[in-house]
Design a protein around this ligand. Structure first.
Ligand SMILES: *Cc1c(COP(=O)(O)O)cnc(C)c1O
Length: 432
């Protein structure tokens, strides 16, 4: 090979045809939406203690079906997973100045949800090869103010809930599982979402299945489920007629899902198994295909766990590759084509994931609610750079993610991705 064989330097790319787009919508969803439209009832929620307090038939059916699929006693639908995390923490009784242990490597709401109740997020570093919060780092973060742990099944793999629940039980903490990326993943045969006290799923348009916007919280705790139903739907109005005795956090929002979204989500749920299965086989083929490259490594799957691959993460070793991650990936992207209909987003393989959440201005400037630095001002919790060294190293140097493994990718599409990596690996000395 010589330098000009690489597409980055003008050579023929491995692939020029766009990759197929991941679109899970079909005839079933069209019919479901029309059925709701024809009924005239696009939502049957009432913000009062009446029959409509729990929503209409599609919402209730979705909740029942979701609970059965995930293996939980109760499911409570909301308008997003972000709302789900907020109602979960509210139901758990988290309040001003409480501390909640969170992950720095996730969508930002996984760390900011405690702020909605005036609580302070405390960042816990992640495991170097699963990227989930590391229970070994957690004990040292617990103070008399610690109330809850919000752990994320990042990229689709369950966090170490054996370790997390052991610590939580010992300290009497509530555990919320952000399972937005992990539907159908399992640990010891239990589905993600059921591994803590409350689990939260997302139905936004980027997830395995979606209904536009939506979320679902699951729990085996009847009291937590009812408190979540209250907070999603004007809790203060229903509290009196229901004779609620514990009014903590019964300040309600409107986080209700409409019948339209619920009807679509029900169709999507029926497709979830095959969609996850295809991702798993595409990921297995990619992992196997890249195994021969000494500078690229899949971090692995936790023992007794399964992965549902929201994204496929790898670790890049710039010392063995003798070239930096960004330069290498730039050359890989040059060999491939974008996704049809999403050309502007480029080739979906990228260095890092989101930046460590505590780098955001809200934490760096300790400014969230009001002008007086609440709830950070009287808290000793720190957000300095270097706080979680593993996540910073992963983000800046080691981790990269591929989205080119979703269920619309055929085996030959996956093969092109693997070929591009091999080609660039062979020609990597030209990248210096
Ligand atoms: C997508 C996502 C969320 C938020 O989901 P929404 O439904 O958009 O609010 C939360 N946590 C994680 C890990 C996610 O991937």
């Amino acid at each position: 090979m010589n330098k000009h064989d690489l597409a980055l330097f003008g050579g023929n790319p491995v692939r020029t045809t766009p990759f197929p787009r991941y679109n899970t919508m079909g005839q079933e969803e069209r019919e479901a939406v029309l059925r709701v439209i024809d009924s005239g009832d696009l939502s049957k929620f009432m913000g009062a203690w009446t029959d409509g307090f729990y929503g209409g038939p599609e919402v209730r059916a979705l909740e029942e079906e979701w609970a059965v699929e995930i293996g939980a006693e109760r499911a409570v639908s909301v308008n997003s997973a972000s709302s789900g995390l907020i109602v979960a923490l509210g139901a758990a009784g988290v309040g001003p100045h409480d501390e909640v242990i969170v992950s720095p490597y996730s969508m930002c709401i996984s760390a900011t949800a405690p702020l909605f109740w005036g609580a302070v997020p405390v960042f816990c570093d992640v495991e170097p090869d699963t990227y989930c919060v590391d229970p070994a780092e957690m004990e040292a973060l617990i103070t008399p103010r610690t109330k809850a742990i919000l752990a994320v099944d990042i990229f689709g793999q369950p966090a170490d809930f054996d370790g997390i629940m052991e610590i939580a039980d010992r300290h009497g903490l509530i555990v919320i599982e952000d399972a937005a990326q992990a539907p159908l993943a399992e640990l010891h045969g239990k589905r993600a979402g059921t591994l803590g006290h409350i689990g939260v799923f997302s139905l936004n348009c980027h997830k395995h299945i979606h209904c536009g916007e939506g979320g679902i919280a699951v729990t085996n705790d009847e009291r937590l489920a009812e408190r979540m139903c209250l907070i999603r739907n004007h809790a203060e109005a229903a509290a009196g007629p229901r004779h609620e005795t514990d009014l903590t956090n019964l300040v309600g929002y409107n986080m209700r899902m409409t019948e339209l979204e619920a009807s679509v989500a029900r169709c999507q749920l029926r497709k979830l198994h095959p969609l996850v299965e295809t991702r798993r086989s595409n990921c297995a083929a990619t992992i196997e295909g890249l195994e021969a490259l000494p500078g690229i490594r899949f971090g692995g799957i936790r023992e007794n766990a399964s992965h549902s691959f929201y994204l496929l993460p790898f670790l890049f070793d710039e010392i063995r590759a003798e070239v930096g991650r960004e330069r290498f990936l730039e050359a890989v992207r040059a060999e491939l084509a974008p996704t049809r209909g999403r050309e502007k987003e480029g080739v979906k393989i990228y260095g890092g994931y989101v930046q460590p959440i505590y780098w955001l201005p809200i934490f760096q400037q300790r400014m969230a609610l009001g002008r007086n630095g609440f709830p950070f001002a009287d808290s000793g919790v720190g957000y300095e750079r270097g706080l979680c060294p593993t996540v910073e190293r992963l983000h800046l140097k080691e981790l990269f993610c591929s989205d080119l493994m979703h269920a619309a990718m055929a085996a030959t599409d996956v093969e092109d991705v693997v070929t591009a990596f091999h080609k660039v690996w062979e020609g990597r000395s030209f990248l210096k």
